[in-house]
Design a protein around this ligand. Structure first.
Ligand code: MN
Length: 716
């Protein structure tokens, strides 16, 4: 008697709460009274068991398992699964044991609860080995009964919804784990609605600021377009009705994390993402899908290349729908999805819809696809040599947009797909990227632009004097690499510009027979202010970059009555090590030994030309030209260009190339022109040589080749 009154007291609280009323409304739609009674019994037990326990939010504990069950009721999951969801924390957190549950609710429910309890002990954010072992356990549990993971996902959803009560560190850990493991699993199981909810909840948890900014942007643009979208929706509804098509037309909005991923992927701004909104049309038959599509394409102009027929050819996960994009009024692009109600249930709930169909006596053939995936995961486990390899394979499977590679120490590094060696180097550390010299992948030497594949082992060599190469910008894919290269190059360029600018200014000052140190500091200070430079280095940099002309600066700095003379030294010395502020003209390819002249070009610094270059003669403004001389004992290599006219015989290119290589010159590029009617071919080589002497000896050597008809250095 007494015991009964306790239960009655307890039930008074739970069963009148709004949460329970909502839940009951959901289950009454598809469960019979007997099943509902059993669920209520489990709820009574759970409430009793958790009595006195509070969530960190201060709420009665029972609301947590009730919420999980309610989420699962949205997918119309069977009563056993809902009972297990309600009881999911009792083994872990209360006195009740698995055996008690088995006696009261049967073997199925007790096994499900036991499975979830085991999953709860799994920690995914410790060491990688532990991660791998835990992931393996989870996949095993999942393969035994998929409902275990469904309960876990619903449990996780409520935990994230109430995560504010936890400490920051713990919050981030749970959020990351969800983005890393649970949300992708929901996606792979085809439960899109839950995947989106989990992604948004954990995105908000891990990156609160980014979430807020994006959400505000969405609300802002929603305000602008809501009316328009409603108008379009009504036009579509009316048109479909006119054609006797009975459909539901739903306006959709992208979820925040989906938008974030898209922006990251395309590196674009929010304002450039214009498929924020979409419309979904739900029909009762496949035939109506295609008829609706016809109506829509008649109504608005379809955007070419955007139509996809996933009804005729379903996606690998069984997803079926028609996709198209149209240009709505005011040129607003709108994404459209057209599918049957059944297809929609499958699309939104994936494997979770299995129980819904089962209850209707329909067995779903698409369900096997998800089952297949789990079987695959199990076989990966059997095939992988060690836990780390296993983790890498599973992560690669869960995140198809990522690539997972190993560091020399065997740690796993995650990178976006199509990442290169240079991306990897920068992912390890900015310094490793900046000082990168060479790399090996699985022991083999590779070029910096090599694209990484899953499971490769990457080794990077660095050198303290190395600098990022501007050409890397053409192939890196990660924002970190791109940004670091730019920042580093900017700094290097500024430093190069400072030393060149100093040299140029001193050279020009020597025309007036003074040095910078002769100028009174007061005069210099006023002068710097006038030129809006903070210090003398800023002025040097401006000169070095070619934004100010050294001669003019020198004239201003020199005393009022200058005794200008011709500089006795003959020109500024170029040694080839000036870096990013001295470049060599591609029209005449000057090399040491040539008489040279410089042209100062804005932001580029000095461009070196040969004195005989026709290109330079066109530049009339004398002020911008600069006398240059090569420094002595340069041992760098420079690009030179030669034009070789040859007899059109087989293997002539190979012949010439090997002769060039024998001369210890590298071929940088070759263009081959065999359209000449004369039967002769012209080959243009860009090669790297030390100086004019090595080039002449190469030319002489090539002249001896009987197939070579003529050879000359390319003039501009
Ligand atoms: Mn829980």
């Amino acid at each position: 008697m007494e015991k009964k009154s306790i239960i009655n007291n307890v039930s008074e609280f739970t069963f009148t709460s709004k949460e329970y009323v909502d839940f009951k409304k959901k289950i009454q739609k598809y469960l019979n009274p007997y099943q509902i009674k059993k669920i209520e019994k489990s709820l009574k037990l759970a409430q009793q068991a958790h009595k006195g326990q509070l969530r960190k939010t201060g709420e009665e504990y029972i609301f947590h398992p009730l919420s999980a069950a309610s989420t699962l009721a949205d997918f119309q999951l069977d009563h056993e699964c809902l009972m297990a969801a309600i009881l999911h924390d009792v083994i872990e957190d209360t006195e009740i044991e698995k055996e008690n549950l088995k006696k009261t609710f049967g073997a199925k429910v007790s096994e499900l609860v036991d499975g979830v309890s085991k999953l709860d002990k799994i920690n995914f954010s410790t060491k990688e080995e532990a991660d791998a072992a835990n992931l393996r356990k989870m996949i095993l549990a999942m393969s035994q009964d998929i409902r275990v993971i469904l309960i876990k996902l619903a449990d996780r959803k409520h935990n994230l919804e109430t995560i504010e009560a936890l400490k920051t560190e713990q919050r981030k850990k749970i959020g990351r784990e969800t983005l890393d493991i649970f949300a992708p699993i929901a996606l792979r199981l085809g439960i899109h609605s839950l995947n989106k909810e989990l992604e948004d909840l954990s995105f908000r948890t891990v990156y609160p600021l980014r979430f807020k900014i994006l959400q505000n942007e969405i609300i802002k643009s929603r305000g602008n377009r809501n009316e328009l979208m409603e108008k379009i929706r009504n036009i579509i509804i009316k048109k479909l009705k006119d054609e006797n098509l009975h459909t539901d037309v739903i306006a959709r909005e992208k979820h925040v994390y989906g938008l974030y991923k898209k922006m990251k992927l395309k590196e674009s701004k929010f304002s450039n993402i214009n498929d924020l909104f979409g419309v979904r049309i739900l029909t009762s038959s496949v035939d109506d899908c295609y008829r609706s599509l016809g109506v829509i394409h008649n109504l608005y102009t379809p955007i070419p290349g955007r139509f996809k027929d996933y009804i005729a050819i379903p996606k690998s996960n069984g997803y079926q729908s028609l996709h198209t994009s149209i240009l709505g009024p005011h040129g607003l692009p709108i994404e459209l999805q057209i599918r049957t109600n059944d297809m929609n249930i499958l699309a939104e709930s994936g494997i979770a819809s299995h129980w819904f169909y089962k209850s209707k006596g329909i067995s779903l053939k698409n369900y096997t696809k998800e089952q297949q995936w789990i079987t695959n995961l199990l076989s990966i486990q059997r095939d992988s040599g060690n836990p780390k390899e296993y983790l890498q394979s599973i992560k690669a499977d869960l995140h198809p947009g990522k690539v997972y590679v190993f560091t020399p120490k065997g740690n796993i590094l995650e990178l976006p797909k199509r990442s290169t060696i240079v991306d990897y180097a920068y992912a390890v550390h900015t310094d490793v990227g900046n000082k990168f010299t060479s790399a090996r992948v699985d022991g083999k030497a590779v070029s910096p632009n090599t694209v990484l594949k899953n499971g490769q082992r990457v080794e990077i060599k660095i050198g303290n004097n190395n600098r990022p190469d501007p050409s890397w910008l053409s192939f890196v894919v990660t924002e970190k690499a791109r940004h670091s290269i730019r920042v580093s190059l900017k700094l290097i360029k500024k430093n190069d510009a400072i030393s060149l600018g100093k040299k140029l200014l001193n050279y020009s000052l020597s025309d007036f027979e003074i040095k910078l140190s002769d100028i009174p500091s007061k005069t210099l200070k006023l002068f710097l202010e006038e030129y809006s430079c903070n210090n003398i280095n800023d002025l040097y940099a401006e000169i070095g970059l070619g934004n100010r002309i050294a001669k003019l600066v020198a004239m201003r700095l020199a005393p009022a009555s200058p005794s200008q003379k011709t500089n006795p030294s003959g020109g500024i010395e170029i040694r080839g090590t000036e870096g990013l502020v001295v470049s060599y003209a591609k029209c005449c390819y000057p090399i040491p030994g040539d008489s040279i002249i410089g042209h100062i070009s804005q932001d580029k610094g000095i461009v070196v030309h040969r004195q005989s270059c026709r290109g330079i003669k066109k530049i009339k403004k004398h002020d911008e030209l600069l006398d240059l001389v090569w420094a002595k004992n340069i041992d760098d290599s420079f690009s030179a260009c030669i034009k070789v006219e040859v007899e059109n015989v087989r293997g002539v290119l190979a012949q010439i190339s090997s002769q060039i290589a024998q001369n210890e010159s590298n071929i940088e590029s070759v263009t081959y022109d065999d359209t000449k009617e004369s039967g002769h071919n012209i080959m243009v080589f860009v090669i790297s040589v030390n100086n004019i002497k090595t080039l002449s000896s190469l030319i002489n050597r090539l002249k001896k080749n009987k197939n070579v008809l003529n050879i000359e250095r390319k003039k501009s």
